[in-house]
Ligand binder design. Structure first.
Ligand code: GLY
Length: 387
């Protein structure tokens, strides 16, 4: 149990960090209007069009700010973003990948969640239909990247997709059509079988023969090496399987999420924030991935919400999430720097590719704010309908 003194300290910490996030988000909107933050370089976001897999996170932050403040400045801005997502889907622009959940849940689905805006609900459902186009019947998986038949990626799944399939479960709940949830469930089962390993670590990616779905091998794209455990991938597994459990009630998903979380917690370094890969050699220059710690914190809080009061993991996960968040606020955030555009320093995008190896990551900012709001207000982000 978090002791009272520690708890009060945390509450103040969370509140001041949330206030800072709200102020920075407002100033970003005023400065950059309808533009979206892209991958950073040199500690600054570059701002531009809605063209990558990451834009939904910024919109999600704007919605979180609205939910916290009820200031219509934020809902107006977020709805302008939703229009941009509507245009993007209608024009089929930069849509040939599986990150449709990351784009449309914290944007269109959030608008439905918070404002009960019917056109946003329809948009999220259209996005779910679009995600179904990635389903490969022959192989029985959702293809992550590239067009059907792609030489390198045609048979490839990735762990990140566990965060995209909530859009499909939700679409079944909304429409009464089982096809979305059936595909999501098949993909989750396959991910559990092949992306998760016997020691509860994860592959980033797995290859199948696209002709018949026979398994070939695990590998990585953004991790240290093929057999290593990319920390953000492990965080996607924690949160993603917890969400599959929420939608389906299938206890094997909760079990996988718990195991993945234990694996993650066992490897958190002294200061509470993980390096970019659990198997990367650690020296004074090894990049952290603060975003992985923020995602994992959200996932652990989500898991804890499904555990009975006297399950020891409930307190264990809440404690681990709170400790990591306290370290993020105190040592990784920009709370002390009112000029910074990002909230969380020392995230990593693709270290080996030298893309954002140590910088702000907009998804890191989003999950950091989601975790703060989960801890402070019980606001759970935009991955499922509120009850
Ligand atoms: N989904 C891509 C990443 O986590 O970098």
């Amino acid at each position: 149990m978090i002791e009272n003194k520690q708890h009060n300290k945390s509450v103040n910490l969370w509140q001041s960090a949330i206030r800072d996030a709200v102020d920075k988000t407002k100033s970003n909107i005023l400065l950059h209007e309808k533009q979206f933050p892209h991958i950073t370089s040199e500690k600054k976001y570059s701002w531009g069009e809605n063209t990558d897999w990451i834009e939904g996170f910024y919109t999600g932050m704007v919605w979180l700010c609205y939910e916290y403040t009820k200031d219509p400045f934020f809902s107006k801005s977020a709805m302008e973003h939703v229009d941009s997502f509507r245009d993007r889907l209608a024009a089929n622009r930069y849509m040939d990948h599986h990150d449709i959940g990351f784009l449309f849940l914290p944007s269109a689905f959030a608008a439905w969640t918070l404002l009960r805006d019917e056109s946003s609900r329809k948009l999220a459902l259209e996005a779910a239909d679009h995600l179904l186009l990635r389903w490969r019947t022959e192989g029985q998986y959702i293809q992550a990247w590239g067009p059907k038949g792609d030489k390198d990626n045609g048979g490839r799944i990735i762990i990140d997709c566990m965060m995209n399939i909530p859009l499909l479960y939700w679409a079944s709940d909304q429409t009464g059509e089982s096809k979305y949830a059936e595909i999501a469930g098949k993909h989750a089962d396959l991910s559990r079988r092949y992306l998760m390993r016997g020691d509860d670590s994860s592959y980033h990616t797995f290859y199948f023969d696209p002709a018949d779905g026979s398994p070939i091998r695990g590998g990585t794209h953004q991790g240290y090496q093929d057999g290593s455990t990319w920390t953000r991938g492990q965080a996607w597994a924690i949160y993603g399987f917890a969400l599959s459990y929420r939608y389906t009630g299938n206890p094997s998903y909760l079990d996988t999420a718990r195991r993945a979380a234990h694996y993650f917690i066992r490897r958190i370094p002294e200061d509470g924030v993980v390096y970019w890969d659990f198997d990367a050699p650690v020296n004074g220059n090894t990049p952290r991935d603060s975003s992985a710690s923020a995602i994992a914190a959200c996932g652990m809080i989500e898991i804890a919400s499904h555990l009975v009061q006297d399950d020891p993991d409930r307190e264990f996960f809440m404690d681990a999430a709170s400790r990591s968040m306290a370290s993020l606020v105190e040592h990784y955030s920009t709370v002390e720097d009112s000029h910074a555009e990002g909230l969380l320093r020392h995230g990593s995008y693709h270290v080996r590719g030298n893309l954002g190896p140590d910088d702000f990551m907009i998804w890191g900012d989003y999950y950091y704010l989601e975790a703060l709001l989960r801890l402070e207000k019980g606001i759970p982000g935009y991955w499922y309908e509120r009850t």
